[in-house]
Design a protein around this ligand. Structure first.
Ligand SMILES: [Zn+2]
Length: 299
C-alpha cells in the first residue's frame, strides 16, 4: 500500500528528528564553541585581533538570523580604566521583541578571555566560549520561537578585566532599566565531572526557584542551587561574573555556571577538555529554564 503524502508529512512532524530540529542545533553549537575557542582567536583579549574576529563571528551569526539591534552594527563601544585607559572595547548586542510584554529579559555571556601570556594562548573554551556559543543558540531559538517578553542578547567584552562590558551595558542601557525583569548570565557551562550545573541567585530572588526547579525536572544534567550567600562553606558567586552589574541595580539574576575545575584560568582550558554531551544537555537545560522563566514571569 502506498502511504498518502499527508501521512508521511505527519509522521515526519511527529518524529524525534523534527522535534530536535525545533530545539537546538547541536552541530552548530559545537562548531561555534570550537571556532570561538580556537588558536586563531588567540584567547580573545579585549581590542586584540582575536577579539575582533570573535566580534565579527558573533555579528555574522546575529545578522544571518535577521536580528535587529539598538546599536549600529550590533556594537556597543565602551571604554574603561583611568590610567591605561582602554577604549573601544565592544559588547555585541541583538534584540528579539516580545509578543506580549514591554519587559525585557537580558541574556548575557562574556566572550573575552585572557589572551596570550608567556607565549601561551589561553583559549578559554569553558571560560567563556561555552556561554557565548549557548547565547548564539538561544538567539536562534527565540528568533524562531518568539518569546512573550522581549529578549536582549549581549555578548559582553572585558569581563576578565572587572565585569567592564556588563557595567557599560547597564550604564548605557538602550531602554529604561525599569523594563528589565531579569538577567540570565552564563559563564563556564561546558564541563563537570558530577554532571551538575548551578543556578545561582535564588537566595537573593527566591521567587525564581520554583520556576527553575520545574524547568529542570527530567533533564539529563542536574540543576543545583547555591553559591549565592557568603559564609556557607561554598564560594559566594554573587559578584563573580557579569550578573553582578545587574544585581547592583536590584535587578534579579540567575547565573548558570559549573564548579571551578583544574583548567580554570589556565592555558589548558581547551576544546578537547569539553564533555560535548554534558555541554549540549546543559544548554538544553538552560534553554528550558529560559523558556519557563519567559512563560511564568509577570508581563
Ligand atoms: Zn568567565
Amino acid at each position: 500500500m502506498k502511504m498518502p503524502k499527508i501521512l508521511i508529512l505527519l509522521l515526519f512532524i511527529l518524529s524525534p528528528a523534527f522535534l530536535e530540529a525545533q530545539e537546538l542545533d547541536r552541530n552548530q553549537l559545537i562548531n561555534d564553541l570550537k571556532y570561538l575557542s580556537s588558536d586563531e582567536l588567540e584567547g580573545r583579549a579585549p581590542l586584540s585581533t582575536g577579539s575582533k574576529k570573535a566580534q565579527a563571528y558573533i555579528k555574522e551569526r546575529f545578522s544571518s538570523l535577521g536580528l535587529f539591534s539598538q546599536f549600529d552594527d550590533y556594537t556597543q563601544y565602551f571604554s574603561f580604566g583611568e590610567e591605561n585607559k582602554v577604549e573601544n572595547a565592544a559588547n555585541i548586542v541583538a534584540f528579539v521583541p516580545g509578543q506580549e510584554s514591554e519587559k525585557i529579559i537580558v541574556i548575557t555571556a562574556h566572550y573575552d578571555h585572557l589572551g596570550v601570556k608567556d607565549g601561551k594562548i589561553y583559549n578559554g573554551t569553558d571560560d567563556n566560549a561555552s556561554g557565548t556559543a549557548a547565547l548564539l543558540a538561544f538567539a536562534e531559538f527565540f528568533s524562531k520561537n518568539p518569546p512573550k517578553h522581549s529578549m536582549l542578547f549581549a555578548a559582553l567584552d572585558a569581563e576578565e578585566r572587572g565585569l567592564q562590558g556588563a557595567k557599560a551595558l547597564v550604564k548605557d542601557f538602550p531602554f529604561s532599566m525599569d523594563q528589565v525583569l531579569l538577567n540570565i548570565n552564563m559563564d563556564m557551562i561546558s564541563r563537570n565531572d558530577q554532571n551538575e550545573i548551578y543556578a545561582s541567585g535564588t537566595k537573593h530572588y527566591p521567587s525564581l526557584k520554583s520556576i527553575l526547579e520545574s524547568a529542570s525536572r527530567g533533564e539529563k544534567v542536574s540543576l543545583k542551587f547555591g553559591h549565592d550567600l557568603p559564609n556557607t562553606g561554598h564560594d559566594d558567586w554573587t559578584n563573580a561574573s557579569d550578573h553582578a552589574a545587574f544585581h547592583a541595580k536590584g535587578i534579579p539574576f540567575v547565573y548558570f555556571g559549573v564548579e571551578d575545575h583544574a583548567d580554570y584560568h589556565r592555558h589548558t582550558d581547551t576544546f578537547e577538555k569539553v564533555n560535548q554531551d554534558f555541554y549540549f544537555n546543559t544548554v538544553k537545560l538552560i534553554k528550558r529554564c529560559a523558556v519557563e522563566l519567559d512563560a511564568n514571569l509577570p508581563l
